[in-house]
Design a binder for this molecule. Structure first.
Ligand SMILES: O=P(O)(O)OP(=O)(O)OP(=O)(O)OC[C@H]1O[C@@H](n2cnc3c(O)ncnc32)[C@H](O)[C@@H]1O
Ligand SMILES: [Mg+2]
Length: 180
């Protein structure tokens, strides 16, 4: 059985990985690892780097076959619109790295302003909704899509993009090996 290690204790991310990789074929372990970026990433580059760092750190920490890192952040565009952004990375023992990003929606200006003042999205979302732990439940994306797409579903899509790209690379390597 192959071992997949996930660099988080956030249930929305763990559930997404477990929804994509069949539990008959994989053992799952998860724990926190440093993302090496700020708690609230503010660009695609920083968010992607956080995902890659988590995947690389967790595959070593857990001595796993596959490591997965998922990272959330925001991006501000030229029109000063702030977007949710999410990135994922998958690394394996041999050093293969594949990456993918997720769906994005704009954040309301009341929320964006709070982030510009230095607050973390998790804190702002709890204040905005009057609920607790939005980050480990529906997420900001769930709140602002009225539950049509929750945080797990958004990460499921990223994990499918990771698993699919990884399988494509492995198959390609196998074919090239057979042809030689
Ligand atoms: O335990 P980890 O894996 O770190 O999970 P997290 O919820 O903190 O998620 P990230 O570090 O990937 O997210 C970066 C920041 O953005 C916040 N965040 C990201 N997406 C969110 C969402 O959908 N809802 C609420 N907060 C979110 C999060 O709480 C952090 O402050
Ligand atoms: Mg975090």
């Amino acid at each position: 059985m192959k071992k997949i290690a996930i660099g988080t204790r956030n249930q929305t991310k763990i559930a997404a990985v477990q929804a994509v990789f069949p539990k008959e074929a994989y053992e799952f372990v998860f724990s926190n690892v440093p993302s090496g970026v700020s708690n609230q990433p503010f660009s695609d580059e920083e968010t992607l780097q956080g995902a890659i760092n988590r995947a690389k750190n967790i595959v070593i920490k857990e001595d796993a076959d596959i490591g997965i890192g998922l990272e959330g952040g925001v991006v501000v565009d030229q029109n000063k619109t702030m977007w949710l952004c999410n990135w994922g990375a998958l690394v394996d023992r041999s050093g293969i790295v594949v990456v993918a990003s997720g769906a994005r929606i704009p954040l309301p200006s009341e929320v964006a302003d709070e982030l510009m003042n230095g607050k973390e999205l998790a804190e702002v979302m709890d204040e905005y909704t009057g609920k607790r732990n939005i980050r480990t439940n529906e997420g900001a994306i769930g709140v602002f899509t009225n539950g049509f797409v929750n945080r797990t579903e958004m990460y499921v899509h990223i994990v499918k993009l990771l698993a699919g790209q990884y399988e494509f690379l492995i198959r390609k390597d196998e074919k090239e090996y057979e042809n030689n």
